[in-house]
Write a protein that binds this ligand. Structure first.
Ligand SMILES: Cc1ncc(COP(=O)(O)O)c(C=O)c1O
Length: 391
């Protein structure tokens, strides 16, 4: 007899990028040369100052739980960071440190959703958001978006799709999988529209900092921001600390107590050595190094974009941030999973099928992450591969 698992858990979709990663690793172990463009994390290791600070904390015996809301010194330092980096006035008391922004997203959704409440989000979007909502027995309202709105939600789309069952809207700027932004004034209008309808706006700024041709911006820098805005961020991407599992949320004051109680029950506190490491990554010298890495990502974005264009591939947007390019492959395939599997097998280039990010056009798109230096070589291999397919 097989022991049962819950109906909710049974319905959780896999993260398909992990399947591609697994296949790529297997081929690599067999000796095949693989170019990894599937993984959504910087290829650089975390900074040496992070390692030193975390080691020092551990050697000093600072390995116990911290307060659930996070180390007071880290919350304070992040508030200063908002002031100097984003010109935003944020109180340390509104900053809650979490084990990765994944936990921040779950914490926040748990705090605001009742069963059957709807959460509106774009299709394509970061896949785990759909699962978080469904785990809470909420309902996802996915709104297909395309190049016309830079693959982002807009006030017009909110007006079109509005219903009173919607309790929260989730956006990410820059977004995964498209790397596109929402302009700050547009975000403000969306926040205002939703505030008048007692609905939250969750703004995922995890890729802020990794923004190109323009300064990084946080919605928290806006004046007269309504108190329905919840910001999510992380030390994973811009700060290059994915494995340290550290993120945060900036929540309106009325949510801090409930988020504290939820965190106390769900994980007690975020990893302590990681919090000490994060204190170091917010220092001036570290930020200078991170800026150099940002410039490398910008050069890679430009290289990838121009190599794709030279190969004759039609790109509908120029990504403005993060490290992703979302590419329409419908000219060659209407089955992005098969396309990625065949491409990997034939050429060793690992990329992610669009089906991870949405159902509306997911089969027509793939995501390329420029988290590898071997960009031109990858595009040459892709070009040779598509020549073998019927246009
Ligand atoms: C848009 C977005 N939000 C949140 C996360 C979660 O990241 P972490 O838990 O490492 O902070 C990711 C990870 O790829 C992401 O792309």
């Amino acid at each position: 007899m097989t022991l049962p698992i819950s109906r909710t858990a049974e319905q959780i979709a896999p993260f398909r990028v992990m399947k591609i990663l697994g296949q790529a690793k297997t081929l690599e172990a067999e000796g095949k040369d693989i170019i990894h463009m599937e993984i959504g994390e910087p290829d650089f290791p975390s900074l040496a100052c992070v390692h030193r600070a975390a080691m020092k904390a551990a050697e000093q015996g600072l390995t116990h739980y911290t307060p659930t809301l996070g180390l007071p010194s880290l919350r304070k330092k992040l508030a200063q960071f908002y002031r100097s980096f984003y010109h935003a006035k944020v109180a340390a008391s509104n900053i809650i440190i979490t084990p990765g922004s994944s936990s921040a997203l779950q914490l926040v959704l748990t705090a605001i959703l009742n069963p059957s409440d709807q959460v509106l989000m774009a299709d394509p979007t970061y896949p785990c958001n759909r699962q978080f909502v469904e785990l809470l027995h909420g309902k996802v309202k996915a709104v297909p978006v395309d190049a016309d709105t830079q693959y982002q939600l807009s006030l017009k789309l909110l007006e079109q799709h509005w219903s009173k069952e919607i309790k929260a809207v989730m956006v990410a700027s820059p977004a995964n999988p498209t790397g596109t932004l929402i302009e700050q004034d547009a975000l403000h209008d969306m926040a205002q529209f939703l505030s008048e309808r007692d609905c939250y706006l969750i703004v995922d700024e995890i890729y802020q900092g990794l923004v190109y041709d323009r300064p990084a911006e946080s919605i928290l820098a806006q004046r007269d921001l309504p108190d329905n805005v919840i910001v999510i961020n992380s030390f994973s991407k811009f700060f290059g600390m994915t494995g340290w599992r550290l993120g945060w949320t900036v929540a309106p004051t009325h949510l801090v107590d409930v988020l504290d109680r939820l965190g106390q029950n769900l994980y007690l506190s975020a990893p302590t050595p990681s919090q000490y490491g994060a204190l170091a990554v917010l220092e001036e010298d570290a930020l200078t190094e991170l800026e150099q890495r940002r410039q490398i990502f910008q050069q890679r974005r430009d290289r990838l974009h121009s190599a794709m264009q030279q190969a004759g591939f039609n790109l509908k947007t120029l990504p403005q941030g993060a490290f992703y390019l979302y590419w329409d492959i419908s000219q060659w395939s209407r089955d992005s999973e098969q396309f990625c599997a065949d491409l990997l097998q034939a050429t060793g280039v690992a990329i992610t099928p669009g089906t991870d990010f949405g159902s509306s056009q997911g089969n027509h798109y793939v995501r390329l992450a420029y988290t590898s230096e071997r960009i031109e070589e990858a595009v040459e291999r892709i070009q040779a591969f598509v020549r073998t397919l019927h246009a």
